[in-house]
Ligand binder design. Structure first.
Ligand code: F6R
Length: 241
C-alpha cells in the first residue's frame, strides 16, 4: 500500500484528479471505476478543470460506478445516477453509452449484477478504481462481515451507513436500506486502486485498513492484498497511522 499524506481536502482532490488524468493521457480509452459520496466531489471538480484546459478527453473513456441505492430511479435527486450527472458527466464529453451505473430499479437483480461484472470484463477491466471509505471500513457498499469472494450483488446496508447517509434525506424512513454494489472480488480485479479519505471521522477506518488484520469486519482491509493501492489521506484521516 502506498500512503500519500496531504495537508487538506483540496490537496487530496488535486492529487487524485492528477492520477486519473495521467491514466487517461496514457490510455485514451481508459476504464474508470468511480465513487460517489462527499469525498470525491473535489476530485471531480479538478477533473472538470483539467478537461476545460483541454488536457484530457473523455470521448473514448468508459466508466463503471461502484454502487447505486436499491429502489431509487435514475432521476431521483439522491440517486448516484443523478450525482454523477451533476458532479461530472454533464460537464465533460463522456458518451452516454460509455457510462455504466447499476440500476436501482431493476426487476432482475441477479441479472443486473452478473451483466455488470461481465461488462467490466469485456471492457478489459478497470484501469483505475476510485474509492471512498465508510466510517465502518466499507468500500463500495461492502459492509462489515462482507464475503470477500462476492462479485456485484445486492447488499443490506449497515446501521452506521444508514445513519451516515440520512444526512442526504428528509427523514430516516426515506433512506434506502439496501443497495447494489460492486463486490470486493470486482474491486480487487482493478489494476490500480486510489482510496481517498479526509477528516477525523475516517481515522479509525484508515488505521484498521492499513495496520489492522485482514478481516471481513473491516472490508477495506482486503486492500492490503492488492499490489497497486494508493491511499491519499489528509492529516486528520491519517491521525492514527
Ligand atoms: C460511494 C461509496 C461509499 C462511499 C463511502 C464514503 O459510491 O461506494 O463507499 O465512498 O460511504 O462516503 P463519503 O465520501 O460521503 O464519506
Amino acid at each position: 500500500m502506498r500512503i500519500i499524506r496531504v495537508d487538506n481536502y483540496e490537496e487530496m482532490s488535486k492529487k487524485a484528479a492528477s492520477m486519473v488524468a495521467s491514466q487517461m493521457i496514457l490510455k485514451h480509452d481508459s476504464v474508470l471505476g468511480l465513487a460517489t459520496g462527499d469525498t470525491p466531489i473535489g476530485m471531480y471538480k479538478e477533473l472538470i478543470k483539467i478537461y476545460n484546459d483541454k488536457e484530457i478527453d473523455f470521448s473514448d473513456v468508459k466508466t463503471f460506478n461502484l454502487d447505486e441505492y436499491y429502489g431509487l430511479s435514475d432521476d431521483n435527486h439522491e440517486s448516484y445516477h443523478y450525482y454523477m450527472m451533476n458532479n461530472l458527466f454533464k460537464y465533460v464529453n463522456m458518451k452516454s453509452e460509455n457510462i455504466n451505473i447499476l440500476s436501482g430499479v431493476t426487476d432482475n437483480i441477479e441479472e443486473e449484477c452478473s451483466n455488470y461484472d461481465e461488462k467490466i470484463k469485456r471492457s478489459g477491466g478497470i484501469d483505475i478504481q476510485i474509492l471512498g471509505i465508510g466510517v465502518n471500513g466499507h468500500i463500495g457498499f461492502n459492509e462489515p462481515s462482507v464475503n470477500f469472494e462476492a462479485g456485484t450483488h445486492l447488499v443490506e446496508l449497515d446501521k452506521k451507513t444508514i445513519e451516515s447517509n440520512s444526512r442526504f434525506f428528509k427523514s430516516m424512513d426515506e433512506v434506502p436500506k439496501s443497495a447494489l454494489s460492486m463486490g470486493i472480488k470486482t474491486i480487487m480485479q482493478s489494476k490500480v486502486i486510489v482510496l481517498l479519505a479526509n477528516g477525523e471521522a475516517k481515522a479509525e477506518a484508515i488505521y484498521k485498513t492499513v495496520k489492522g488484520k485482514i478481516c471481513p469486519e473491516v472490508p477495506a482491509s482486503i486492500l492490503q492484498l492488492h499490489n497497486n493501492v494508493n491511499i491519499i489521506v489528509d492529516e486528520a484521516a491519517a491521525k492514527l497511522l
